[in-house]
Design a protein around this ligand. Sequence first.
Ligand code: SAM
Length: 228
Amino acid sequence: MTFVCLTLFPEMIMGGLCHSVIKRAAERGAIDIRCVNIRDFAGNRHNTVDDYPYGGGAGMLIRAQPVYDAYQHARTMLATNARVVYMTPQGRLFNQAEARALATEPELVLLCGHYEGIDERVIEEIVTDEISIGDYVLSGGELAAMVVIDAVARLVPGVINEASRQDESFSGGLLEYPQYTRPAQCLGRCVPSVLLSGHHGNVEDWREAQKRERTRLRRPDLQEGRKP
Ligand code: SAM
């Protein structure tokens, strides 16, 4: 799967995602993460991409033309008419179901805003989806794009072990069970004895019960709606 980010801070995205699972997946070719720097399309001597908002008000906006030109450049890197996701606090809330849906796409363009946002006209022109990673306001869309890329990429076949995804939180509408590693006793606490019993059936039953109890206590909304 190919991700192309339109951003003013490509080094932030590439630096943030060049680690661990995502880095290895990119090295294996399971995913490809690229950035197009909107500033490269500023179209003026000082490379400025922002301007004052019509009607007044605080802050600056990214101009439409550099974003549109950056997008046209991104299109030359893509084989399909990829969805264009604008990262914005005004978008629909990102969750595991959304990550699963996006992971079926072969390519995705992620548009990262900055300052007070982006001139609405280019959003109307190129954006197919608007996604928020939570009800708070970030300084820029880069962290949000990184969250989306990480969550989506690990659902792309070949990125992580299929088995390790199955029990994960949200995979079946429940949170995951608690887990322990060696030693069996640590910080004055013991591993639950059922996990040391070697009885697979009992371990499975215990884990299933833990999933339900955790979800009931921590996220009752998940069980009620069987949301992702
Ligand atoms: N003025 C905008 C508003 O009130 O809706 C907020 C602009 S914010 C300071 C700058 C950029 O950060 C946005 O254009 C967007 O790309 C990104 N951003 C901020 N919060 C976000 C969130 N919760 N989810 C996704 N992107 C976000």
